[in-house]
Design a protein around this ligand. Structure first.
Ligand code: BES
Ligand code: MN
Ligand code: ZN
Length: 481
């Protein structure tokens, strides 16, 4: 997909010229002829409600007018609706190239708006057709040129880079689990590092290395599967000698629940349980495309949580890389197990801070739905950084508690801890409490994306979240301690 900027939109520069108009403001003067200007004015009169559209097809190109309502009511969420409607219409009419002239939202910068529009259009255009043998109907939309007078090439680059990161994430997350195995994720990471060989490098480790490092709880999750686990250690080095920011992704390529097996209903969606891992790779791609002067490390703990004669059993006690022992009372609380060993592994890099990204608990969906990702941290500065970046990227978060009082739920009579609370209360928080026991050597935050990483149900589809958030966190961290 191509995106560009223009200062002089006109009817003939693309297949379709899209013009958004306010109901209470004059149409701004583009490079339109008088004749076209009159045409546009006539079409506008036929619209009333925000979202109303009028097409005009002529020999020299199509014209699409969309009503944007009152100027003061044109907010980011209104913009999102209009862009969705326009993109849908362009796709439906099988338009290849369009020029988009939407008015600017007040109180937001043009570059911000540009970034939002690009990410939105790209999202809608994306489709996974690899597995369609019949009736594959690829979208025709190939190029969008924006008319947004105050936007810059930098904004364009930012939007495109985030969109590319989102696309990679969605692609990996949507892949079925028979293809997207831990081995496949390792290969994809190697491929990404090869694409950006100038400042990326990648190491993929398997069960032997994990045994050597004592990653007993990562191995316990993997032991029921025919697929060997992988620990991916991928570096983007856009700056020398800076302490790295580390992103740790949950890479469960399929979560059957193990012996604490999940119900059959919608179990297929557990192929998405590697969305955290996918978002780490997508974010690294965005950083590399933006050539950000930062050092970011992605750590991905990848395994398949399966049922077999070799599966870990409820009540088994295993030793983590940190030396702490864990009584696995629920084999479905596997994400925290694989993450914990990766979090201990992260210590070696003396990071600036660490953020883990995981589809960790059903509880976070109950609490926050599909709107905001949940996050927990005891580091106030890091919390502020995350909240600012969420606002900036429009990739929303909500902070959840992580007080010591919640830790008691993890007491075990036999081992150092159990891997899940005995009841379902505050399950997202106890999950974070578990992780916190492996992160004492550095600044850390946990991001639970179980509700935001994919759209549930019949039209299930990965969202690519939280790549916009993570990319923004890294950009902002440039200026923080
Ligand atoms: N991957 C799931 C969490 C999940 C569930 C994400 C549904 C998206 C939709 C995770 O491994 C899990 O099974 N969590 C359990 C933890 C519980 C056993 C303490 C949960 O939330 O039910
Ligand atoms: Mn699980
Ligand atoms: Zn899981």
């Amino acid at each position: 997909m191509n995106y560009g900027l223009t200062q002089k939109p006109n009817l003939s520069s693309s297949e379709c010229l899209v013009i958004g108009v306010f109901s209470d403001a004059e149409l701004s003067d583009f490079a339109l002829s008088n004749e076209h200007h009159n045409l546009v004015s006539r079409l506008i009169k036929k619209t009333s409600e925000a979202g109303d559209m009028q097409w005009h097809h002529a020999l020299d190109g199509s014209l699409l007018i969309i009503q944007c309502g009152e100027q003061t009511k044109f907010t980011p969420s209104q913009l999102k609706k209009r862009v969705t409607e326009i993109t849908g219409a362009l796709i439906k009419h099988r338009i290849r190239s369009a020029t988009l002239c939407l008015p600017q939202i007040t109180h937001y910068s043009a570059d911000w708006q540009l970034e939002q529009m690009i990410v939105q259009i790209d999202n809608q255009r994306y489709q996974l057709l690899d597995f369609k043998k019949k009736k594959a109907k690829p979208h025709q939309l190939e190029s969008i040129t924006f008319y947004l007078p105050n936007a810059s090439e930098e904004g364009l680059k930012l939007g495109q880079s985030i969109a590319a990161g989102v696309e990679l994430t969605r692609h990996l997350a949507n892949m079925p689990a028979n293809i997207c195995t831990p081995t496949y994720l390792g290969e994809q990471a190697m491929q990404l590092a090869k694409e950006f060989a100038q400042n990326m490098s990648c190491k993929v480790m398997g069960p032997e290395e994990m045994h050597q490092m004592g990653m007993g709880i990562l191995l316990a999750v993997a032991q029921g599967s025919a697929q060997p686990p992988r620990l991916i250690d991928i570096h983007y080095k856009g700056a020398d000698d800076a302490p790295p920011i580390i992103l740790v992704g949950k890479g469960i390529t399929f979560d059957s629940g193990g012996l604490s097996i999940k119900p059959a209903n919608a179990m297929d969606e557990m192929k998405y349980d590697m969305s955290g891992a996918a978002s780490v790779l997508g974010t690294l791609k965005a950083c590399a495309l933006l050539k950000l002067p930062v050092h970011v490390i992605g750590l991905i703990a990848s395994a398949e949580n399966m049922v077999s004669g070799t599966s870990v059993k409820s009540g088994d006690i295993v030793t983590s890389m940190s030396g702490q022992t864990v009584e696995i009372i629920n084999t479905d609380a596997e994400g925290r197990l694989v993450l914990a060993d990766a979090l201990t592994y992260a210590e070696r890099y003396q990071p600036k801070f660490v953020i883990d990204v995981a589809t960790l608990t059903g509880g976070i969906i109950v609490a926050l739905g599909t709107v905001a990702s949940g996050f927990m941290t005891q580091d106030e500065e890091l919390a502020q950084l995350i909240e600012d970046a969420a606002k900036e990227s429009n990739d929303r978060v909500w902070r959840m508690p992580l007080d010591d009082d919640y830790q008691d739920a993890l007491d075990s009579p036999l081992a150092d801890m159990i891997n899940a609370g005995f009841d379902r209360t505050a399950s997202s928080v106890t999950a974070a409490c578990f992780l916190s026991r492996f992160t004492e050597k550095y600044r850390w935050a946990h991001l639970d994306i179980a509700g935001t990483a994919w759209i549930f149900g019949k039209n299930r589809n990965a969202t690519g979240r939280p790549v916009p958030l993570l990319t923004q966190i890294i950009r902002h961290a440039l200026n923080s301690r």
